[in-house]
Design a protein around this ligand. Structure first.
Ligand code: SF4
Length: 689
């Protein structure tokens, strides 16, 4: 579309915030964003949006936008040309590679940016620099969910769509807060609950909005989900309530799994989880009585030492009850960012080439090598967590990061900052000068989604196009153009003029995306992967077979790893999560005036009981200390949390209040996802009642 200052342009876009993937028209005049207009044709949201999607866009015109490349000189940055910045990057990265080897470089990708951009970034790492040291922020959130599903059903994504969630007879929400993290989805659940008699079961530490409305709300002890889930599964088997036919025809390892459940008796589960036997039986009965159960889960499950195992336990429960491959049932890990699903799908992971094809597989790797005219190392690379450790140990010396506020959202950020300081050369590419950028040597100005074209993949695996509504501000550029230009500086000869050409390349290389192309995705159209070459997509997975060679799922035995316990000194359990109005660390939303006013700064939620004990009231100032750092914060006394459990929203750009000063460097043993939800702290009052 031509951009005329005096005309109102209407451009279809996809929300840049959460993984629900709402789409709508954005109306602009010049650079002014006049309104966000949902359309009934939008496949996910129809005419709904939430406050972020509706009002959270003025960050694109923020005065804080980066508009020129910046190069560090001592403690300061000076504005540079693209030529200068890219030349310096080429020289420094190549020098490190030649001196120290390709694996002395690390690449951190962005789950806010497009599929095409993530694809190009991993291609840059793998084909230009010959390293698999690449990862994205799903490592911080949902990798354990994907890993748990890979083990059991073979694909690390939602098994169905929001239609299934809306039509299921029973919805179980475990360790997720859709009302604040996935608002439009939560609206659909509330509607189904009210209008169609859908049952709702919520398990959480915090009595959030959906918990208030649930038919059954349960509050297990922190970090014990695997135990109560396994006990419920065992009880279902003991009662003979399993889907016998389904297990017989479609599932392997049944006997082995049954044996592994022996210890998960109701008595044991009651003792560990704190949930009464009656409650556990009630849960089992609700599942038994429903003709279709969806389990939705998020970081309350994954961000633990046993996050992958608990995700596996969820999938096991669904398999035993035959809740895969039919409408209104299935597994739904809820993705946080708009494109956290797509970033992993398109290959920014240390062990997977695009489309979840193992880099270790010689045949697959050579297909990519041929197409890219390069060699790719066979050995999987380092993940986010390992990259930080390798920087600390002096093995990784150069890093390229885009669209990721690692310096705030990684756990134990004091430790991460020390690592950043050790880097010989660090490039940060973003739309704002982030906290992470403060540690960079070169800062590159990128363009947000409204200023470029591309596709995002939402939590349902749905690929949708977004179109360009505005020109990139100043000298900023779409991330994919930056990667192309940089690769070409290094002699790559990448000839992409439009993101559609990148998608066409992916379609040839990754079978999951064989039939994906921009024509088929035109306008409000979308495709839910895997997509066959003829364009047929797959909203509902596992109708006939699971994604293993023999087509059968696997029940996967898991054991419980106790969470990090609190002790006499660090006697409080600190939980964290999102707020409705803000998005994640707040880099975008906090710069939207309307939003900053409704939800300024984070508050520490304290239970009435603890407030009483410690002589605190709403507004009291406290200091929280963990073995890793401290924050100063004001108290909000609420009945949402209980006992010694605290809750601190993660949404802040204020370093002094960042929850990740308190979190540790411990992680899920299978995927290295930090155990954010197991922080133990002590609290010192600074101002009391
Ligand atoms: Fe955007 Fe998510 Fe809100 Fe939809 S629910 S408008 S995708 S933040």
């Amino acid at each position: 579309a031509t951009m005329r200052e005096d005309r109102i342009e209407k451009t279809k876009t996809v929300c840049t915030y959460c993984g629900v993937g709402c789409s709508f028209e954005v109306w602009t005049k010049g650079r002014d964003i006049l309104r966000v207009q949902p359309q009934k044709d939008a496949p996910v949201n129809g005419i709904s949006t939430c406050v972020k999607g509706k009002f959270g866009w003025d960050f694109v015109n923020s005065e804080d936008r980066l508009t020129k490349p910046l190069i560090r000189k001592g403690d300061k940055f000076y504005e540079a040309t693209w030529e200068e910045a890219l030349n310096l990057m080429a020289e420094k990265f190549m020098d490190i590679k030649e001196r120290e080897g390709a694996d002395s470089l690390g690449f951190i990708a962005s789950s806010k940016c497009s599929n095409e951009e993530n694809y190009l970034f991993q291609k840059l790492a793998r084909s230009v620099f010959q390293t698999n040291n690449i990862d994205n922020c799903s490592r911080y959130c949902q990798t354990p969910a994907s890993a748990g599903l890979m083990r059991t059903v073979g694909i690390g994504g939602d098994s169905g769509t929001m239609e299934d969630i809306a039509t299921a007879e029973l919805i179980m929400v475990v360790g997720a807060n859709p009302a604040e993290s996935h608002p439009v989805l939560s609206t659909r659940i509330r509607r189904a609950h009210k209008l169609h008699g859908q049952k709702l079961l919520v398990s959480d530490l915090r009595k959030h909005d959906l918990a208030e409305r649930a038919d059954l709300f349960i509050h297990p002890n922190p970090g014990t989900d695997l135990v109560w889930l396994s006990a419920v599964t065992k009880y279902i088997l003991d009662q003979g309530w399993e889907d016998e036919r389904f297990l017989q025809d479609r599932v392997n390892q049944v006997e082995e799994y049954k044996q592994s459940l022996e210890k998960f008796t109701l008595d044991y589960a009651e003792e560990v989880s704190g949930l009464s036997k009656d409650t556990l039986i009630q849960v089992a009965e609700m599942i038994h009585e429903s003709n279709g159960t969806c389990i939705l889960w998020a970081m309350g499950v994954t961000q633990h030492i046993g996050g992958t195992d608990t995700s596996t336990a969820i999938s096991n429960l669904l398999l035993v009850t035959g809740n895969f491959g039919k409408l209104g049932a299935g597994a739904f890990p809820l993705r946080g960012h708009n494109n956290v699903q797509g970033a992993s799908d398109f290959g920014t992971m240390p062990n997977w080439l695009p489309g979840y094809q193992p880099v270790e597989n010689d045949e697959i790797r050579s297909r990519y090598e041929k197409a890219w005219n390069t060699t790719i190392p066979k050995k999987p690379g380092l993940n986010n967590h390992q990259i930080v450790e390798a920087i600390t140990d002096g093995q990784v010396k150069g890093m390229y990061l885009f669209g990721e506020e690692m310096g705030l959202v990684d756990s134990n950020i004091n430790y991460v900052h020390e690592a950043f300081e050790k880097l010989e050369f660090f490039v940060v590419q973003d739309i704002f000068f982030s906290k992470t950028a403060q540690f960079a040597d070169v800062v590159l100005p990128a363009a947000p989604s409204l200023e470029k074209e591309g596709t995002f993949t939402n939590t349902e695996r749905r690929i949708q196009r977004f179109y360009k509504a505005l020109e990139p501000l100043g000298d900023s550029k779409p991330d994919w153009e930056i990667f192309r230009d940089f690769a070409n500086k290094l002699g790559a000869n990448w000839q992409y003029d439009h993101p559609s050409e990148i998608m066409d390349e992916v379609a040839k290389l990754a079978p999951f995306f064989a039939g994906v192309n921009y024509d088929r995705l035109e306008g409000w159209n979308s495709q839910v992967w895997p997509v066959k070459a003829n364009g047929e997509d797959a909203p509902l997975l596992y109708k006939e077979k699971f994604n293993f060679l023999d087509g059968k799922a696997r029940l996967f035995p898991v054991d419980w790893t106790p969470p990090m316990a609190y002790d006499d000194e660090f006697d409080l359990h600190l939980n964290n999560g999102r707020l409705l109005e803000q998005f994640h660390e707040g880099n975008m939303t906090d710069r939207s005036e309307g939003i900053h006013h409704i939800a300024p700064g984070p508050w520490l939620e304290v239970s009435e009981q603890l407030a009483e004990e410690r002589n605190l009231e709403t507004g009291s100032l406290v200091r929280l200390l963990s073995p890793y750092g401290k924050v100063k914060i004001r108290v909000l006394v609420t009945d949402r949390v209980t006992g010694k459990e605290l809750y601190l929203p993660m949404n802040t750009v204020d370093n002094e209040k960042a929850v990740n000063k308190l979190t540790s460097s411990y992680y899920d043993k299978d995927t290295h996802t930090p155990n954010y939800k197991e922080a133990k702290v002590k609290m010192e009052p600074l101002e009391q009642k």
